[in-house]
Design a protein around this ligand. Structure first.
Ligand code: MTE
Length: 323
């Protein structure tokens, strides 16, 4: 069983007209990603998906069907012009207009804390060592909009295995670049800079947790977090920290930017959960970007549709309390 297609969205969910220009490239990219197993891997992924679906409650299956009926890959234009990246401003259009000035090469990542091989690593050296692959994931923002994105990246667990995690480590903390000269939003106290995020170690080691370097078969656009961002598909988008320069293995739960800003609204876990509303709005449904202004909202899925893969991480936890 390969993890490469361990997601219930594949190119099958892509309708050719919606993916317009990108379809051929995505097909090529998927073919490339599947080089080791090709169609067999894809077929195995589908079988696994079918099996996992039938194990879910009927209500969830119905919601999934409603979602997938509307799940073509989000148009590139929408994913790269409607962004949250407060380092470049508060408006959704600010990152695309202002991120151009960000210097992303060379790019170094400091890996420290409870690791066997702490150090400052050049991103190119990391990429020479770790296999990258393509993944199509749902992406759900806490604000109630969503996308379906074809990422490229490596599994965080591979990076952590390479640097060696010490047994005392329980959490992973991430930091975005702090460079106000190129990130004008950092001149204002919109959030406590640098942007910080964190995961429990088992979440970080989960095979779905990706460090993305590309989207739509191209390098990551700067407004989407170039050259390296976290992608945790079962969590609200704010966990997916952009332009990462530091990864620390720590003992205690790290502080995170949105949790510091509004602890009652943005929890540390931030698992997508249609049953736990944000204090100011419902999380039961979402608006899929690219569907037009009048597109109907679609049901939000538990753990953003990755329940089968990740629910075991939270067994016995009160998800209302640990939201
Ligand atoms: N990372 C940093 N450094 N700064 C940010 O403001 N916004 C987060 C997340 N990562 C953010 C960030 C939020 S709220 C969301 S929804 C996603 O990025 C948006 O990702 P996208 O713009 O690529 O869709």
């Amino acid at each position: 069983m390969t993890w490469r297609f361990r997601t219930d969205l594949t190119e099958r969910d892509v309708t050719p007209e919606e993916v317009y220009r990108d379809r051929r490239r995505i097909m090529k990219m998927l073919a490339g990603a599947a080089a080791t197993g090709g169609a067999m891997a894809l077929a195995r992924g589908r079988i696994a998906r079918a099996m996992s679906r039938s194990e879910l409650p009927e209500e969830t299956q119905a919601k999934e069907t409603a979602q997938n009926a509307l799940s073509p890959i989000t148009p590139y234009e929408a994913a790269t012009t409607y962004n949250n990246f407060y380092e470049f401003g508060l408006n959704k259009s600010d990152p695309a207009r202002r991120a151009g000035r960000l210097t992303i090469a060379p790019w170094q990542v400091r890996i420290d804390g409870l690791v066997d091989k702490p150090g400052t690593y050049d991103l190119n050296d990391i990429l020479k060592r770790l296999p990258q692959e393509e993944r199509i994931y749902r992406f759900r923002c806490v604000e109630g909009w969503s996308m379906v994105l074809p990422w490229r990246g490596f599994m965080l667990k591979d990076l952590l295995a390479w640097v060696g995690v010490k047994p005392q480590a329980r959490f992973v903390a991430f930091e975005t670049l702090y460079r106000p000269s190129e990130m004008p939003g950092q001149k204002y106290p919109l959030l406590k800079w640098p942007y910080r995020e964190g995961l429990r170690l088992d979440e970080a080691l989960h095979p779905l947790t990706l460090m993305a370097t590309g989207m739509y078969g191209k390098p990551l656009p700067k407004q989407n977090g170039a050259p390296l961002r976290l992608v945790v598909p079962w969590k609200y988008g704010f966990k997916s920290i952009k332009s990462v320069v530091r990864i620390s293995l720590v003992k205690e739960q790290p502080v995170t930017s949105w949790n510091m800003a509004a602890p009652d609204e943005y929890g540390f876990y931030a698992n997508v959960n249609p049953h736990v509303d944000h204090p100011r709005w419902s999380q039961a449904t979402e608006r899929r970007l690219g569907g037009g202004l009048f597109a109907p909202r679609i049901p939000t899925l538990m753990f953003n549709g990755y329940e089968k893969e990740v629910a075991r991480l939270y067994e016995g936890m009160d998800l209302r309390r640990f939201f």
